[in-house]
Write a protein that binds this ligand. Structure first.
Ligand SMILES: Cc1cc2nc3c(=O)[nH]c(=O)nc-3n(C[C@H](O)[C@H](O)[C@H](O)COP(=O)(O)O)c2cc1C
Length: 333
């Protein structure tokens, strides 16, 4: 038996209390794999628009789930039409999804044309209709991701959470901010605590958790079952390992040696080249490298040159050089 509180989502017993937040343009398959290696228990796909996916089911294959990924394989879908959402859920289960996650934190504006700038969370009957429709459409567990409410004046997260539980949703992630897609101010955790107290399905607290200490504070404050990490894991996928160890025994693992970070960054770059193809992969590598190198002196100068490189080999050679130089500087110090 594990020596920590186990989170169960349908038949899936999670391996830790820390999960990766879905992030469009970031939580692709190479990044998901890396985060799983460092102990993230769940790594959902980037949000897939139900509307777009149903118009062209083959088109989103790269961004969807891959059968060789570790279980539980979670696909996140978004959309405002209950019938379309049900169809997308069924399609992704056929493709190998073992959990369907519904995004109601940041709806796809293209899809919500008639309500651009507004959000589903404002329309509780529609929320209920979508959730019921998706839960009935598939035999796998369905989970939901929300914000704390529509606006500071309409912080209806608790209502939505109750609707979700009644509809058969099996876990809920709550980003501690209101309103679609905005990142102003700090996340607040009181509403997440109120949501946790109001329902009995597992709750993941999300928003601004960027260290093991913060993860513990948020869990203590909200009594949530687990934490969901987004931006904090960019350039630091080992954060999952740090958080899980800290939650278990209030210690932190030794920082990763530079030689290991070197290997990891190069491997990640190679995975991105392979996954997207050597040309499209270049832009993804630039983005991740910027996050990885943030802590190091000289990173800005390095990146100015790095961002002009136009082949996969040039990128990996340059990364090798950067890290070898850092290691030499470190051992000379
Ligand atoms: C670049 C980016 C893309 C995102 N894409 C999604 C998405 O596809 N689906 C979703 O539910 N949330 C998405 N989010 C929101 C995150 O999942 C998360 O709720 C938010 O970043 C707060 O967590 P954090 O402070 O740990 O980053 C995205 C956030 C960022 C920064």
């Amino acid at each position: 038996m594990p020596d920590f509180p186990v989170i169960q989502i349908g038949p899936h017993q999670l391996s830790s209390r820390v999960v990766l937040a879905p992030m469009a343009g970031i939580s692709d398959r190479p990044f998901r794999r890396l985060c799983r290696q460092f102990g993230a228990a769940v790594t959902a796909t980037e949000m897939l628009s139900a509307h777009v996916q149903m118009q062209n089911p083959a088109g989103s294959q790269l961004r969807g789930i891959h059968r060789d990924e570790l279980s539980p394989r979670v696909v996140q879908i978004a959309g405002a039409d209950p019938v379309m959402m049900a169809a997308a859920a069924r399609h992704n289960v056929e493709q190998g999804a073992e959990i369907i996650d519904i995004n109601m934190g940041c709806p796809v504006k293209k899809v919500l044309k008639q309500a651009a700038g507004s959000a589903l969370l404002q329309d509780e009957p529609l929320v209920q209709a979508i959730l019921r429709s998706v839960v009935q459409a598939v035999s796998v567990p369905v989970t939901l991701k929300i914000r704390t409410g529509w606006s500071p004046l309409l912080r209806n997260g608790v209502n939505i959470a109750r609707i979700a539980e009644d509809a058969g949703i099996q876990a809920l992630a709550v980003h501690g901010r209101t309103r679609a897609c905005m990142f102003n101010g700090d996340a607040e955790y009181d509403t997440i605590a109120a949501i946790k107290a109001a329902i009995s399905i597992p709750v993941f607290a999300n928003g601004d958790i960027n260290s093991a200490e913060k993860a513990k504070q948020v869990l203590d404050h909200t009594r949530a079952d687990g934490v969901m990490i987004g931006r904090g894991a960019r350039g630091r996928p080992w954060l999952f390992r740090d958080i899980e160890q800290f939650l278990r025994n209030a210690t932190l693992p030794q920082p990763l040696p530079l030689s290991l970070i070197h290997k990891l960054v190069v491997q990640h770059a190679e995975d991105l080249h392979e996954f997207y193809g050597p040309q499209t992969g270049l832009g993804f590598v630039r983005k991740h490298v910027a996050w990885y190198l943030e802590p190091y002196a000289g990173a800005a100068d390095f990146r100015r040159v790095f961002n002009t490189l136009d082949s996969a080999d040039a990128q990996t050679d340059s990364l090798h050089e950067f890290f070898l130089h850092l290691q030499q500087t470190e051992s000379a110090a």
